[in-house]
Design a protein around this ligand. Sequence first.
Ligand SMILES: NC(=O)C1=CN([C@@H]2O[C@H](COP(=O)(O)OP(=O)(O)OC[C@H]3O[C@@H](n4cnc5c(N)ncnc54)[C@H](OP(=O)(O)O)[C@@H]3O)[C@@H](O)[C@H]2O)C=CC1
Ligand SMILES: CC(C)(CO)C(=O)C(=O)O
Length: 310
Amino acid sequence: MASHWILGPGAIGRLLAHSLVPQFAVTLIGRRALSNEQRLTTPEGEQRVQRLNTLTVAQMGSEAQPAPGFVHITTKAMAAEAALESIASQIPPTTTLVLWQNGFLAQPRITQAWPGPVLCATTTQGAYLTGDDGVVHAGRGPTFIGDLTNQHHALAEALAETLSRAHFSASAVGDIRQRLWQKLAVNAAINPLVALHEVHNGELRHEVYSARVEAVVKEVAAIMQAEGIQPPKGEQGEHAWLALVWQVVDNTANNKASMLQDVEAKRPTERGAILGPLMESAKRHQLPCEELVALDQQLSKKETAYASLS
Ligand SMILES: NC(=O)C1=CN([C@@H]2O[C@H](COP(=O)(O)OP(=O)(O)OC[C@H]3O[C@@H](n4cnc5c(N)ncnc54)[C@H](OP(=O)(O)O)[C@@H]3O)[C@@H](O)[C@H]2O)C=CC1
Ligand SMILES: CC(C)(CO)C(=O)C(=O)O
């Protein structure tokens, strides 16, 4: 039975560990020591304390470990490469990695650099941390797994089956790049604006913000077309992207988006992984991206302001 290392003991990492641990061998790896007694609050409000094997990167280096079947990287996008680097000497280069990040920053870079298979997962599960020993599973949703080179479908299927057996509903797909970019398009239209204005997602419907949402979607839709990415429901063009964004805004009206949670916690945001690939693509295809650049600059300014205070 393949064992699972989970590198990055945050919200998604702990949710994954809680899901897998009753049936599979799991090691949760972080930079800091965490309690082995970890609490999961289910979407129904039920609390479950489970014993997870939590180790620090330093402990992994000092004690030889049996090689894992899968290494899941569940850090934020900008930390994924450094996290992998910190354990790379302890795993065979043929180990299968699974990247759980939003955006499209770590995925192409690690796929290119890592000699073994690299799977990417895009998930609509929702989770947040409550301190060093708790995670709340806020909402269930499907997870899609594939690889950017379309060479590892059998591995993606095996992992999807494992996750689904652990009640973490997952499917293997042949179009993961398309799905990652579709999610990135929605995240680019919602996350920076709600993080800058510190509002819940639903407030983007207000006339103070809606024109800016439309302006961002206009740029994003042109970039998506140049990248060959269609909106998920088979419709075409800017109006389909806008309809999708408004649908997500309405469905998540009471949510504090992940980028707003980062701003409130004074952490770096994932702007580089979400806006970065779009701005880079716009430049490559000589498309306008003034709105995206402005969002990126405003977020950068906000992050610098709170970083300088801490
Ligand atoms: N939470 C959610 O509902 C969803 C999240 N995602 C995506 O999943 C990814 C992870 O998000 P989330 O779990 O919310 O993030 P969190 O911030 O909750 O967790 C990130 C974890 O990574 C750890 N970490 C950072 N650097 C390293 C390192 N070098 N070595 C080991 N661990 C490290 C952090 O530890 P430390 O405490 O030391 O900083 C933290 O525990 C993001 O890309 C996010 O966009 C996607 C869908 C839903
Ligand atoms: C879809 C959305 C915007 C929901 O809040 C999200 O994915 C996030 O918060 O990162």
